[in-house]
Design a protein. Structure first.
Ligand code: 1CP
Length: 332
């Protein structure tokens, strides 16, 4: 782990840095204003000036310790020529999956297709507002990416029974996707990202084959990021055994989801922890929010801990509640 600036990833238990997953997004009126005029979500992610502006929107409002680049995990399928659209009220819709076509794509083609993402990172990292803050680059984990590629839409209602019918397709895809994830990480770091987060949002959907589809490919990526000298945070949302995951994958930090008991995590896992609080807490009232946030801060008082949520900020969140939370964590 390379300490850079006042990096959020460190072993100091006296500081409790804070940022929130999906902090740049739909709960902010200034984001909705931009989104209204930019109906094509992929195009918006590829607009380096707007992407940079959206990344900094929450930093201008709240004293977060890190910004996360405004982009999406589905930029990888997009960059390897699978059609990706976001439909209002439906979510992501992916096009035909042609593995032969994907196999023809080389590093240069891939990097070219995402060059605006890297320009957005470069632009953002140079902004004075981030002088003492981190800029987080991110990717989806291989399993979560192939779930979208094969299912062609969100698996929020579960995976169809035939998902595992073509095992050789899944096995080939996991290898290809791992390769492009590494390239995407390297490019983001070269552009100025100084922390990497790996989102395995659908880790909880896999029951068998966890070593093949989660542990092994994610470990390869974690080792790769460490070699580049940048700290790496993993979020295997919904995984049953966080301790086993940490023992095998060895991230620098693990983000826990809101269904796990933070006390057993604190006792059982000795790497820095991030997150945990249910994003729905931000939809309640200040008193309850304070009580819940304090519960996490108390449990992780003597543990390196980055305050965050157990999943992303919900679109219906009142920004005033976020403001209250950030101030409360800073005053703790
Ligand atoms: O206006 C809109 O409708 C767009 C909503 C939106 C936003 C703001 C999407 C569509 N993506 C994003 C940005 C985004 N996505 C960021 C950067 C901003 C930030 O975090 O502040 C990041 C890190 C992501 C990551 C992402 N995209 C994940 C992993 C985290 C998670 O929430 O589990 C996933 C699963 C996606 C896929 C995705 N992108 C968008 C949607 C609607 C979805 C599908 C979610 C699902 O399957 O239910």
């Amino acid at each position: 782990m390379t300490p850079i600036k006042n990096c959020i990833v460190n072993k100091d238990t006296t500081k409790k840095p804070i940022w929130l997953m999906r902090q740049a997004g739909r709960y902010l009126p200034e984001f909705r204003e931009i989104r209204k005029k930019n109906l094509n979500f992929i195009k918006l992610c590829l607009n380096e000036n707007l992407s940079s502006e959206i990344t900094l929107q929450p930093i201008k409002r709240f004293d977060f310790d890190a910004a996360i680049i405004f982009s999406d995990i589905l930029m990888i399928p997009f960059a390897i020529n699978q059609d990706v659209k976001f439909e209002k009220g439906f979510g992501p819709k992916l096009g035909n999956l042609d593995i032969n076509e994907i196999q023809k794509i080389n590093e240069e083609d891939f990097t070219n297709k995402l060059k605006s993402v890297y320009k957005a990172i470069a632009l953002t990292s140079e902004n004075n507002i981030l002088k003492n803050k981190d800029l987080i680059g991110f990717v989806g984990a291989p399993w979560t990416i192939i779930v979208y590629m094969v299912n062609k839409m969100s698996p929020k209602n579960g995976l169809p029974e035939n998902f595992f019918n073509d095992i050789s397709l899944l096995n080939d895809l996991i290898i290809i996707v791992e390769k492009f994830i590494k390239i995407h990480i390297k490019n983001q770091i070269n552009a100025g990202a100084n922390v990497i987060q790996i989102f395995d949002s659908w880790a909880g959907l896999l029951e068998n084959k966890i070593p093949d589809y989660i542990y092994n490919p994610t470990l390869n990526i974690v080792e790769y990021v460490k070699k580049l000298g940048v700290p790496v945070i993993c979020f295997p949302r919904g995984i049953r055994d966080y301790k086993n995951y940490c023992d095998i994958v060895k991230p620098d930090v693990v983000n826990i989801d809101y269904n796990v008991d933070p006390i057993s995590i604190q006792k059982g896992i000795n790497i820095p922890i991030q997150g945990g609080m249910d994003p729905k807490t931000l939809l309640t009232d200040k008193e309850n929010l304070k009580k819940e946030a304090k519960r996490y801060l108390d449990i992780f008082k003597d543990h390196p801990y980055i305050f965050n949520l157990g999943h992303g900020v919900l679109p219906e969140t009142d920004p005033k509640m976020v403001d209250y939370l950030v101030k409360m964590v800073k005053d703790y």
